[in-house]
Design a protein around this ligand. Structure first.
Ligand code: NAP
Length: 340
């Protein structure tokens, strides 16, 4: 799948992350040594939906609240948090439903121009207007919001209950830290143990109560031209990492997470919990051995030095695959490395 406009995603990195990522380069057979510095914007402005987007008065005009007359069609989609995942979802969604409109809600106006250019009608306040959408996906991470649960409630209340409501949560709440097996139905940590899992579990509860569904995602990663994101990039940049090497982690490529989210949206489930992972759990050490052995990166990872931090878990999402009818394009991190 071509990653239309993904170059623009790189502007999410704050300057510290940019500095961190700038020195790692990728040896690539048909690009000159690619750096992790984001590429220039490569926005595709020629799609039918991007030209249609210009019909709308976008976002911040106060009149939006009093003019709920925007015609919403049965396959229109609202993406709350159109970051890396949200934009990939938009791209697949438009392939599935040509001519549909994709709307998005952000935390700031920082990326509105680029979102408009790729046909994702941005606003700061769709969810505060009286508009209702047939498909709503909430894929904003918690760290940018002072009221994440309030944001979830607003997003859920602008779902018209026809298509689907989906929240992309995390696999972090599964209560396992001995590298044991976990699946969709494994127990989660009790509320009160950690603020990080509390906010996710409370957010999930809101969405489930509205009849929406939850997709718990494992560690996301991607590379596109000079843009890279994932734990391995962070560790490679650091070289030496104070975490234990034998902690098992679980991964899923951003494109696979997006195709899974779209497949779930299309099936119009109600109140279900799904899990997104590639079923190839790896220890931190195995991930970085693969990175070092790939010969694709100019830097070498040195080592993990931790000894007593918690272990991880081995996720399996066979139930999700079967119920949703989905398989990943990248069956493992090793396969992914062969493609870059
Ligand atoms: N990264 C991982 O390994 C991982 C693992 C498990 C689950 N997840 C989940 O996967 C999802 C997608 O992550 P991602 O990496 O694609 O995110 P990302 O690229 O960081 O996306 C951030 C986007 O969300 C917007 N945003 C942030 N807070 C918002 C809010 N409260 N309301 C509306 N918009 C908001 C930002 O707006 P601006 O344009 O204004 O900045 C930006 O468009 C998230 O739900 C995340 O929690 C991630």
């Amino acid at each position: 799948m071509p990653l239309m406009g993904l170059g623009s995603l790189a502007v999410h990195f704050n300057s510290t992350q940019l500095l961190h990522t700038r020195t790692v380069t990728l040896h690539h057979h048909h690009h000159h040594s690619l750096s992790l510095f984001p590429p220039p914007l490569t926005l595709n402005t020629t799609t039918p939906s991007s030209s249609m987007a210009t019909h709308f008065q976008l976002s911040e005009t106060p009149q939006l609240q009093s003019s709920p007359s925007i015609p919403i069609s049965p396959h229109d989609l609202l993406i709350v948090g159109p970051g890396i995942l949200g934009r990939l979802v938009a791209q697949i969604w438009r392939q599935e439903y040509p001519g549909c409109q994709v709307y998005s809600q952000t935390a700031t106006t920082n990326h509105h121009e680029e979102l408009s250019k790729i046909g994702i009608n941005p606003s700061l306040k769709w969810t505060k207007a009286s508009l209702k959408f047939p498909y709503v996906i909430f894929c904003a991470p918690p760290y940018q919001s002072s009221d994440y649960l309030g944001d979830l409630r607003l997003a859920a209340s602008c779902w018209n209950c026809e298509g689907s409501l989906l929240f992309t949560s995390s696999s972090a709440p599964y209560d396992c830290n001995d590298n044991g097996l976990c699946d969709e139905d494994s127990p989660v940590v009790p509320i009160g143990r950690s603020p990080r899992t509390d906010v996710l579990l409370k957010a999930e509860k809101i969405v489930l109560e509205f009849g929406g569904s939850v997709l718990r995602l494992s560690g996301l990663y991607i590379s596109f031209l000079e843009f890279y994101k994932g734990a391995h990039v962070y560790w490679l940049e650091k070289g030496i990492v104070e975490s234990r090497p034998d902690h098992i982690l679980n991964l899923i490529h951003y494109e696979d997470a997006a195709s899974l989210a779209v497949a779930i949206l299309k099936k119009q489930f109600r109140g279900r919990i799904f899990l997104g992972c590639d079923n190839h759990p790896l220890s931190r050490q195995e991930v970085m051995d693969l990175v070092n052995k790939s010969g694709k990166f100019s830097k070498k990872f040195e080592n993990f030095t931790g000894t007593d931090d918690p272990l991880g878990k081995r996720l399996n999402n066979s139930r999700t695959r079967q119920e949703v009818g989905w398989e990943p394009k990248y069956p493992s991190f090793a396969h992914f490395l062969e493609t870059i």
